[in-house]
Ligand binder design. Structure first.
Ligand code: M6R
Length: 612
């Protein structure tokens, strides 16, 4: 949830570190700090607040060090404050550490270190790390060049939990050490310099060559060399991976916010995700090879994810069940992992995660693997943690998604899942060929149709101006329109702070209708001609009770009391969320803007949830 940056080279480190933190701010933004080595001493500067608050610190521009570590925090242990911000140091100020993750046994370690005479200045779990390193460093009588490395290794073997850690030591101003376990960290390879970051986009403007770290690997960086070690300090080799994303894909460009840019990038994201998969008669998905016998043997498919990704999974349930006639269960990763799910080797499990770093989703995958389920990860980030755990990894090609509120990742996930459903159906041979070929045609039209929907954004913006001061809203729908309503409701909550609920339209009268009062806003989605009349009846029940209703529909409907109707193009109802979600994303965006909120970095949230 926090963001980490590091630099070692010949340039002044502090501007590079702060620039990297600004790009990682979506991962956490309640405090920030940097540490560099200035004339053999570690200099730490930190502040509560956004990364820009570092510029308020006296002397920040005078830092000359060419090696440094940096951190932007999303508080877990210890409230946001200067004392709790990173970097943290040991009592002798010999080591400085930044950390992303959670040290679960920090209380025990704190007690142990207190007994050994160490003091603690913060309430964080992290502060045990520099002190443990110091403890092991002092115990080691062998004063060779790997003494710090050994101290880090010993400290890490005491840690329980998740961590990506950067370590700076005044005893060696030409090296930096980093280590990761269950938290993201990449190394960017430059010329005579090296970079470290929690994710690739933050340092894309410096390099396109990366080393991706696996769990428990320890790395010693110098200006010209990167050395990798396993957990027993045995040296290992790692390949460099060149990333195709352009630096501009992580910039806002002409847009006011990343979220708006990402909403408008959806036609491109869908085109790239479809790629060449539908070009031939046989659907092929790179990275996936499941044979017919295996798919026939399946008794169930589980789809596991969190938040928006889980909502994409709900759409996929309808698609898979319709095309493949295999029962599908969709579960929230944090629930699935603790409920002893019924899984065996005849259960396929699919994990959807934009970042590929969501702790609960990764843990759920590991659990299913231990029960012999085959696992497929769907991620937007090549080489992300989940893709290194799954049996098969397939990718959305949405490009970097920076705004905390997910938009283009959702629509790309829905499309990739639809193609996956068609892949299974084709292998099973149960579904009419015409159904598959019509669905293919409909999918191929979606990018142009999204462009059409984006043209109605002014109408949605005007509606946002009318309703932005409200306290509650409802999102209704039936079938996949209900699934997409959940996504619309989540979008509104997270960036506008308006309370909202989504309900299956037919369920309203079983309780929640009691909440409908004069002038309340209701958003109803209707994209299925077989269900539209039913939905219209349900919506009349709320119009009669004074609700202001915005209808998002591809159907020809009469205006029987709707406040506004947003017409979207007609497509196969199975994939209609890719179109119907767009007005909901735009509505949430403009409501947030009207309220003067930070659209890209909503309060209390972080983009990548790498803790449980
Ligand atoms: O990276 P992931 O797709 O695993 O993230 C899952 C959720 O944290 C994420 O979708 C979250 O709900 C978004 N902020 C929603 O906009």
């Amino acid at each position: 949830m926090c963001g980490i940056v590091g630099y070692i080279g010949n340039k002044k480190a502090s501007p590079i570190l702060i620039n990297g933190l600004l790009r990682l701010e979506y991962r956490g933004y309640d405090s920030a700090g940097i540490a560099t080595i200035e004339e053999n001493e570690i200099s730490v500067m930190k502040n509560q607040g956004r990364v820009n608050s570092l510029y308020e610190l006296e002397g920040i521009n005078d830092l000359k060090g060419t090696i440094g570590i940096a951190h932007t925090r999303w508080a877990t242990h210890g409230k946001p404050s200067k004392e709790n911000s990173h970097p943290h140091q040991d009592n002798s100020n010999s080591f400085a550490v930044v950390h992303n993750g959670i040290i679960e046994n920090y209380n025990e370690l704190r007690e142990f270190l207190t007994e050994k005479g160490y003091n603690f200045l913060s309430n964080t779990d992290t502060e045990v790390i520099p002190n443990l390193i110091h403890y092991y460093f002092n115990k080691d009588e062998n004063n060779d060049e790997n003494r710090i490395l050994r101290a880090v290794k010993s400290a890490c073997s005491d840690l329980i939990g998740s961590y990506a850690i950067e370590i700076l030591s005044k005893y060696n101003k030409n090296n930096m050490i980093v280590v990761r376990k269950d938290s993201p960290l990449v190394i960017g390879k430059g010329n005579g310099e090296n970079y470290i970051s929690s994710d690739i986009p933050a340092i894309l403007s410096y390099t396109k060559d990366f080393y991706l770290l696996d769990d428990n690997e320890i790395v010693k960086l110098s200006r010209n060399k990167v050395m990798f070690y396993d957990e027993n300090l045995k040296e290992i080799q790692k390949p460099v991976k060149s990333i195709e994303w352009g630096a501009s894909s992580a910039e806002k460009g002409e847009y006011a916010d990343f979220m708006l840019k990402e909403i408008y990038e959806q036609p491109k994201a869908i085109r790239e995700t479809i790629g060449a998969k539908l070009d031939n008669g046989i659907i092929e998905i790179q990275g996936l090879s499941l044979d017919r016998e295996y798919i026939k043997s399946l008794n169930k498919i589980y789809i596991i994810a969190c938040g928006t990704a889980m909502h994409a999974g709900l759409v996929a349930k309808t698609i898979f069940e319709k095309l493949c006639k295999i029962p599908v269960e969709v579960d929230i990763a944090s629930e699935f992992r603790y409920r002893n799910p019924l899984i065996d080797e005849n259960t396929l499990s699919i994990y959807i995660t934009q970042s590929g770093e969501t702790a609960d989703t990764i843990a759920a995958l590991k659990l299913a693997k231990s029960k012999k389920s085959k696992t497929i990860a769907i991620s937007n980030v090549i080489g992300s943690s989940i893709t290194r755990e799954a049996d098969y990894s397939i990718y959305t090609h949405a490009g970097p998604e920076i705004a905390v509120a997910s938009t283009k990742a959702y629509t790309s996930q829905v499309i990739l899942l639809a193609i996956l459903g068609m892949y299974f159906a084709q292998k099973l041979g149960k579904t009419d060929k015409e159904i598959i070929s019509n669905l293919k045609k409909d999918i191929l039209q979606l990018p142009n149709q999204i462009e059409e929907v984006l043209k109605s954004s002014d109408k949605v913006k005007q509606f946002a101006k009318k309703v932005y001061k409200e306290k509650d809203m409802f999102f209704l729908g039936r079938g996949v329109d209900y699934a997409v309503s959940m996504e619309g409701s989540l979008k509104l909550k997270e960036i506008s702070y308006i309370h909202s609920e989504s309900y299956a339209a037919g369920e309203l009268k079983h309780g929640p209708i009691a909440l409908i009062e004069n002038n309340i806003t209701v958003i109803i989605t209707m994209t299925n001609s077989k269900l539209v009349e039913k939905s219209i009846s349900n919506v009349q029940e709320v119009i009669t009770r004074g609700a202001k209703v915005l209808a998002i529909t591809s159907e020809e409907i009469k205006n029987n009391g709707f406040e506004e109707i947003i017409k979207i193009p007609k497509t196969n109802p199975l994939i209609s969320p890719v179109l119907s979600v767009i007005p909901m994303q735009i509505l949430a965006y403009y409501i947030s803007k009207e309220k003067g909120l930070d659209v890209d970095k909503p309060r209390n949230l972080a983009k990548s949830v790498t803790v449980e």
